[in-house]
Design a protein around this ligand. Sequence first.
Ligand SMILES: C[S@@+](CC[C@H](N)C(=O)[O-])C[C@H]1O[C@@H](n2cnc3c(N)ncnc32)[C@H](O)[C@@H]1O
Length: 508
Amino acid sequence: MEKSSDVWSSGYVTDLEYTHGFYRELEPGYLCYASLLAGYLPPDTDSPFTYCELGCGNALSTNIIASAWPQGAFYGIDFNPSHIVNGALLSKAAGLTNLTLIEADFRDLNTHELPDFDFITIHGVLSWINADNRKAIQNFIRKKLKPGGVLYMSYNCLPGWAATMPVRELMKRFADDTYGATLDKVSVALTSIEKAFAVQSGFFNNNAAAESRFNQIKTADKHYLAHEYFNRDWQPFYFSDIAEEFSNAKVSFIGSAELFDPYLNLYTNESARQMIATAKNAAMKETLKDYFLNRMFRKDLFMRGANRLTHREQTAKISRLPFALMVPKTAVTLTMKFSFGEAQGKEAFYGPVIDALAEKSMTVGELCARPALAGKNPADIIQALSILTASGQVSLAGVKESNKKSVAKMNQAILDRAVQAADISYMVSPLLRTGISVPWFKQLLFRASRLRQKPEDYVWEILQAMGQRLQADGKPILDPEKNKEEIRLKMAEFVNVDLPHLRGLGVE
Ligand SMILES: C[S@@+](CC[C@H](N)C(=O)[O-])C[C@H]1O[C@@H](n2cnc3c(N)ncnc32)[C@H](O)[C@@H]1O
């Protein structure tokens, strides 16, 4: 029998809410930088602008971004009413006036009054919906993205998923064969696939890549797994198929939102670079990169009526943008991990850049004027900043302070939520105008320090009320006094390392 939710869900998982993730690729400053790096003029974000996220989930990203960009009018759309309720509760608690969350199916978007948009973002959606829904999204973009507007889309891609596609297929079949709620189906499917690999026969004996991928999959959060692998629709795409389909929406591909992408020598050898250089068009170059990277997930930028910048215009625009350290200086590492593996930054070059950013946010122009970087080519500094940004250690920064009030309210709402639920691991920096990682436990320490409470009493009371314990060697610490001792130690570290860093980022 069809479940009642099947009628509106098109087979998308709806009995389990999605996780509360923040994705910085969705942030307008990041999208503008990625567009500039690709050589195209992005929308002006100093003046009022409009932004829409399709399939916004619990809308944590749009909430955070709307608080950091009060000059933007933000819209988040999702067909799962629970997601919209969750997002609206946070938005109300933070007193946001520039975020509208709408419960709607992609196929019904034309029944809603919406403005034209400077940005449309679709993160982690395309591979999990059917062709009808993709078509509805294309029609929406065709109608609603302004000329010069940016479209960001991420999706599972080929060839990276080729080895694991049969595992997903079998997981889904085991799940469909199980009676019960989605979480039970996920558990049964995981156990069954584990058993199948243990048989070591045929496919399960010859696919080391699939097995190692499954070993990662099985440890992930089950709510995430439900949405990632157990929808009726699940399809990784070749880049060229997506580019061709979305040409119907009058947009063209301009580049990747992966900021390491333009720096081929990070992830290809000389022969691969030659093949890419001699490829006849952009689609072929992207396809070759996907094969050389064995890429599983693409983060694509498209534009409607793309305005190509000259090299001089591009360098001049990028040189005016300020950058700041996103993590404490002591936590910066030059051995950077990316989806393609590790990259090592040269200390002699990256060191002075990091020293400078540890003092304050700086533009490329200001960095070039530092004695330690005198005579350096701005393009090399831009490369270092882009790679550090791609590794999550540096971020674009803002120059205006107009977001201080709205960000402070959002951070208060997040800290207030931390005493009820442990599901948000981010706060907002008014300086970076984006979400920053502040795990739930640190949020409790932050509350204790703001309220000038004794951390071991204050935090321990909350942990007890929420049935939580600190852990040592992966096991919960049962003795209350040992929990309190651990809280004291963690608070000392928080006060010495995290708090000064957070204050530097404007998170008071
Ligand atoms: C994997 S989640 C991604 C959520 C969010 N973009 C993120 O990355 O955290 C996909 C989202 O698309 C929504 N969705 C799926 N099909 C939809 C449809 N036909 N109309 C509107 N939303 C849909 C789901 O409810 C879910 O919240």
